[in-house]
Write a protein that binds this ligand. Structure first.
Ligand SMILES: NC(=O)c1ccc[n+]([C@@H]2O[C@H](COP(=O)([O-])OP(=O)(O)OC[C@H]3O[C@@H](n4cnc5c(N)ncnc54)[C@H](OP(=O)(O)O)[C@@H]3O)[C@@H](O)[C@H]2O)c1
Length: 384
């Protein structure tokens, strides 16, 4: 069925029972589940606008199918680890430090109310901010979980491996196990859903750290392990080592990734970029991919800001212009276009978003409703 409409959004209803697209003046609805189409169209024509689409859908489907926009960022990707994660992860790097406790609580509440269920943290967040020692983000998550009583519904990511305070950069068994205990204590929880090696460690045998993660899994202290900032050969080798010994390997990879392609050999310190070869490997092994720093600190909405040195290329300059042009076409913000583009990857990429204001989280999570045309995705991919 088709309606004339002026908006630009795409709305995915929970469990893909229906898909509603509003593009270029046309409103089309594809329903995959038997529903009362007559009632739906009647309500749609009478109530939308002035009432929100969310309301109309609720009026039509009610609680029965639990369809509402708040479900949008929930349960989209099924992890190797055996649980669903949200279509977007909320990064809490500065929560409890640069971002005040109250604001952090409001941001997590807001993300949670919109259906988001995954909080990304690390033992060292945010030790590099003046006046803080690390552990602030985990403590804030612990407080939030306790206050809201939502532990079981929330998926927590934490990480170990970078240095902070007295703790050296290391993935030795001793560090992994003792840091895990500290993280559990700070978050006042008995388990971490996904525990990441924050960075590789060339001084500890891979067998040692894979065993440590496996022991933590067996002890029920973590549900799964992931790798962050790894080179492909080392990730492959770590997983091969684990597999040969009958242990669970890394089921997720969290790397730096955005729509812009960095210069060849660009230096990001100990942060490692997601490459196409990594994407193929992860796809073939069903390893979930998470993209951090997708918005380059909000740069896409500030076109006057200079691109970071690592991204200063002619292709990226052209791409920035195209991003702006396409964002205007879809009547969305460039940041939303970037996130929608990342999520359009058929391999499945989960952006780790963040922000210090509700409006940013609104804008970012709303990107889940944007559906870019194949032609536009292709033009962004192939620009040169
Ligand atoms: N595994 C790793 O090694 C690693 C490394 C880095 C980050 N991470 C994770 O990834 C998360 C995100 O990282 P990141 O902060 O580097 O991400 P980012 O996407 O590069 O930047 C997020 C920042 O951009 C600004 N922003 C966000 N949405 C915006 C919007 N709609 N409009 C304008 N500005 C907006 C906000 O800055 P303001 O708050 O200043 O306004 C926000 O804090 C972290 O919290 C952390 O959990 C992981």
């Amino acid at each position: 069925m088709c309606y004339k409409y002026n908006d630009k959004d795409t709305l995915l209803l929970s469990n893909a029972r229906a898909r509603i697209s509003m593009k270029q003046g046309e409103f089309s609805v594809t329903i995959r589940k038997k529903i009362n189409l007559l009632l739906f169209s009647h309500l749609l024509l009478h109530f939308y606008p002035p009432r929100g689409l969310e309301d109309v859908i609720y009026l039509c489907f009610g609680n029965k199918y639990s369809i509402s926009m708040t479900n949008l960022i929930q349960s989209h990707l099924c992890l190797h680890a055996g649980f669903d994660i949200s279509q977007m992860i909320l990064g809490t790097m500065y929560f409890g430090s640069k971002v005040s406790r109250d604001t952090s609580f409001r941001l997590i509440d807001y993300y949670y109310d919109r259906g988001g269920r995954v909080l990304d943290s690390a033992n060292k967040y945010a030790s590099w901010i003046n006046g803080y020692r690390g552990g602030e983000s985990e403590r804030l998550i612990g407080e939030w979980l306790k206050l809201r009583g939502e532990r079981e519904k929330t998926i927590i990511i934490s990480k170990v491996g970078f240095s902070y305070g007295e703790i050296p950069a290391s993935l030795s068994s001793r560090i992994i196990i003792s840091e895990c205990e500290k993280s559990l204590k700070r978050m006042e929880t008995e388990y971490i859903d996904m525990y990441f090696a924050h960075s590789d460690d060339m001084h500890t045998p891979q067998q040692e750290y894979m065993e440590a993660f496996y022991q933590l899994m067996k002890a029920g202290k973590i549900r799964s392990a992931g790798a962050s900032n790894f080179h492909l050969d080392r990730l492959e080798n770590a997983n091969q080592t684990a597999s040969l010994l009958g242990w669970e390997g890394f089921c997720a990879l969290q790397q730096r990734y955005t729509i812009l392609m960095p210069k060849e050999k660009a230096d990001f310190g100990n942060q490692i970029i997601l490459t196409s070869a990594m994407k193929s490997y992860c796809n073939s092994r069903k390893i979930s991919i998470m993209a951090y720093s997708p918005l380059l600190g909000g740069l896409f909405d500030h076109p006057t800001l200079e691109l970071p040195l690592q991204y200063q290329t002619n292709v990226n300059n052209k791409k920035m212009t195209l991003i702006k042009k396409l964002a205007d076409k879809y009547q969305i913000k460039p940041n939303q276009l970037v996130l929608a583009y990342l999520m359009s990857d058929s391999i499945g990429i989960t952006p780790v978003i963040s922000g210090s204001k509700i409006e940013q989280i609104t804008e970012n999570t709303d990107a889940c409703m944007v559906s870019l045309s194949d032609a536009d995705i292709e033009s962004l991919k192939t620009i040169n």
